[in-house]
Design a protein around this ligand. Structure first.
Ligand SMILES: *[C@@H]1O[C@H](CO)[C@@H](O)[C@H](O)[C@H]1NC(C)=O
Length: 244
């Protein structure tokens, strides 16, 4: 029973996320005129962003981005389109809502053009070999809900951009080469899950830790100094898991 429910949930997710493909849901027409970068300005911006990402990828051993050609960005592997949240319901303006290249083994960097994916809600890039830093344009992703760049080769300081993303709820930076202090303001954000573990962050847990409404906070295998602040007691109602 449990398994069936889980399978149904997965199927629902797949159907939702693949609603861009007219063949995915037989008998249903997601839209009458197919929207591409050629006739939809949002998809054109996405096209510019995705082509820049493709150029910034230096190794793609699984050939995931080989098919990233032409204006039909919603058909690209790992790209998920959905109705624009601020779009006109009648015209069903499509936009890129998700980019999922998890476990892609892709090497390269993340270009500034990613900021053109203005309607992105999910950015899942875990288990790749992206190096360098997150692009400075990241705060342009006002709708970003989940940022998962875990298990890459990202370096530099804490990506302060995440502090500027108003809708971010899930941030997963674990298993990278990020170093230096973590800004205390991170714990003031309405984040539900925060994974910082297995980086080179070097900081003392701030008093603001207790402000975090997160249910999961993983701080293991860092260079933590000092003690767990008293304020952590305030988290008792929301926190399910604190791993230090
Ligand atoms: C990717 O494409 C190259 C060149 O055609 C090919 O040699 C290789 O086997 C492909 N890799 C996979 C995983 O399909």
């Amino acid at each position: 029973m449990k398994k069936a429910a889980a399978a149904a949930a997965v199927l629902a997710t797949l159907l939702l996320s693949s609603a861009v493909s007219p063949t995915a849901v037989s008998g249903q027409q997601p839209w009458t005129n197919q929207q591409t970068a050629a006739n939809n300005p949002r998809l054109h911006k996405a096209y510019v962003a995705l082509q820049a990402l493709k150029r910034a990828i230096t190794e793609d051993p699984r050939n995931l981005t080989r098919g990233w050609c032409g204006p039909d960005v919603c058909a690209y592997f790992g790209v998920y389109c959905a109705a624009a949240p601020d779009g006109d319901a009648d015209t069903d303006t499509q936009t890129v809502a998700g980019l999922d290249l998890n476990h892609g083994d892709l090497a390269g960097t993340l270009p500034e053009e990613l900021g053109l994916l203005a309607d992105l809600a999910l950015l899942h890039l875990n288990s790749n070999r992206f190096a360098g830093t997150l692009p400075d344009s990241l705060p342009a992703l006002r709708l970003l809900h989940e940022l998962d760049v875990s298990n890459n080769r990202l370096s530099g300081g804490f990506p302060r951009h995440v502090l500027c993303l108003p809708n971010l709820r899930y941030v997963d930076l674990r298993f990278n080469r990020l170093r230096g202090p973590v800004p205390p303001a991170l714990f003031d954000k309405p984040l539900d899950a925060v994974f910082l573990n297995d980086n080179l962050f070097d900081f003392e847990l701030p008093e603001s830790l207790g402000n975090s409404p997160a249910s999961v906070l993983v701080l293991a295998n860092l260079r933590l100094r000092g003690c767990i602040p008293r304020s952590v007691a305030r988290m008792a109602d929301t926190l399910n898991e604190l791993v230090c």
